[in-house]
Design a protein around this ligand. Structure first.
Ligand SMILES: C=CC1=C(C)c2cc3[nH]c(cc4nc(cc5[nH]c(cc1n2)c(C)c5CCC(=O)O)C(CCC(=O)O)=C4C)c(C)c3C=C
Ligand code: FE2
Ligand code: FE2
Length: 345
């Protein structure tokens, strides 16, 4: 069998215009693992309410962060893919869960190079039904329907792998150099609390308050909240940061149901009011910078923190196309390619 790799990230609209953002958001928000309500209600909510105003608002936000070459998330993912390729002698393709750079195109590219055994790599460190799981489900559907000859293995979530924590800590350590901070905030993309309950295979382990996280459970394999706190703690220890100078929060919530707390915007206020006025923010739910980091955290977050009394603020970039990150991904791929059988999800 000929082996190859399909890296998959979230995706972006083709242009930062309401016309291009609308179909992208439609595909994204109509995903039953993102807005997980019955399809009739989802239709009403997404098409009847959210898409009436959101495309214009989102397009404005995209315009603030858009690069000459295109969407930062897409360009960074492409640069990363090129760097990973350089370490390997097998085909590596890039696809997106939503938008025009589809997973299907990625499989097709691999097929044309004779690949019939694929390592699927969701580019998310943590498991969530709205990120990692939807990539795997979609890829398996596409493979079953159109590439049935392909064997597909999947890279598990890597939020606590020692080698990943080392690279992440190194990158954060570099970002902190020369910046006088009195607090480091780990801000992860939020999800509705309901998603945590739905993803708990025991149906009773996850309490969504941390009281469950030190009790061994199969639920931790699919608990986004557990995994985010684990990443924070591992990086904190690797960088030798005092516990009182570090906290975790969740950003980017939509109105409606309760989302994971504490909310990042409330944390900005709390920290500034407590006199922690020099803040470093990192966003480890994303491997590449995107709208949610460049606009919501680096721009809006800075304003919110300063309005609340903050004095200095720094968003530390995601791993993006760092050499050590590309080399690590290539190592994981080499490890997969040399095994007869591969532990997968
Ligand atoms: C119900 C809504 C959403 C859930 C659940 C959700 C989970 C989730 N998302 C990411 C990663 C990204 N999300 C991005 C943008 C984005 N996310 C939502 C909504 C949910 N996300 C919306 C509506 C948007 C679009 C932008 C906007 O209108 O505000 C992005 C950035 C994409 C880009 O083009 O730059 C990323 C990346 C994760 C990891 C996740 C669950 C853990
Ligand atoms: Fe999102
Ligand atoms: Fe837990």
């Amino acid at each position: 069998m000929k082996k190859g790799v399909l890296l998959v990230n979230l995706g972006s609209p083709d242009n930062p215009t309401p016309k291009a953002v609308r179909p992208y958001l439609d595909e994204f928000l109509m995903d039953e693992r993102v807005i997980d309500v019955p399809v009739v209600l989802r239709n009403l909510l997404v098409r009847g309410i959210i898409l009436q105003t959101r495309p214009r608002k989102s397009a404005k936000a995209y315009q603030k962060i858009w690069w000459d070459e295109g969407s930062p998330l897409i360009i960074i993912s492409e640069r990363f893919t090129e760097k990973v390729k350089k370490h390997l002698d097998m085909p590596v393709a890039l696809g997106m869960r939503y938008g025009s750079m589809s997973i299907e195109k990625g499989f097709q590219e691999l097929k044309e190079q004779g690949v019939d055994h694929v390592l699927l790599v969701p580019l998310y460190p943590h498991y969530a039904m709205s990120s990692y799981e939807t990539v795997v489900v979609k890829a398996m559907e596409v493979a079953q329907k159109k590439f049935s000859e392909m064997k597909v293995d999947t890279l598990p979530a890597f939020y606590n792998r020692a080698d990943y924590i080392e690279v992440l800590s190194h990158s954060i350590g570099e970002g902190l150099e020369g910046f006088e901070y009195d607090h480091v905030l780990f801000s992860y993309h939020g999800i509705p609390e309901r998603h945590i309950r739905k993803s708990d295979p025991t149906r009773s382990h996850c309490k969504i308050d941390g009281s469950c996280c030190s009790i061994n459970s199969v639920a931790h394999h699919t608990c986004y909240r557990h995994q985010c706190y684990a990443t924070t703690e591992l990086v904190r220890k690797a960088l030798n940061l005092p516990a009182e100078k570090v906290s975790t929060s969740f950003q980017s919530r939509l109105a409606g149901d309760p989302w994971l707390k504490p909310y990042t915007d409330y944390e900005f206020e709390r920290l500034a009011k407590e006199g922690r006025t020099r803040l470093a923010v990192i966003t480890p739910a994303f491997v590449s910078d995107c709208l949610e980091t460049l606009e919501e955290i680096a721009m809006e977050g800075k304003e919110e923190f300063e309005e609340a009394g903050g004095k200095s603020y720094k968003h530390i970039p995601c791993l993006n196309d760092r050499d050590d990150w590309a080399a690590l991904m290539a190592d994981w791929i080499k490890d997969w390619s040399t095994r007869e059988a591969y532990l997968t999800v």
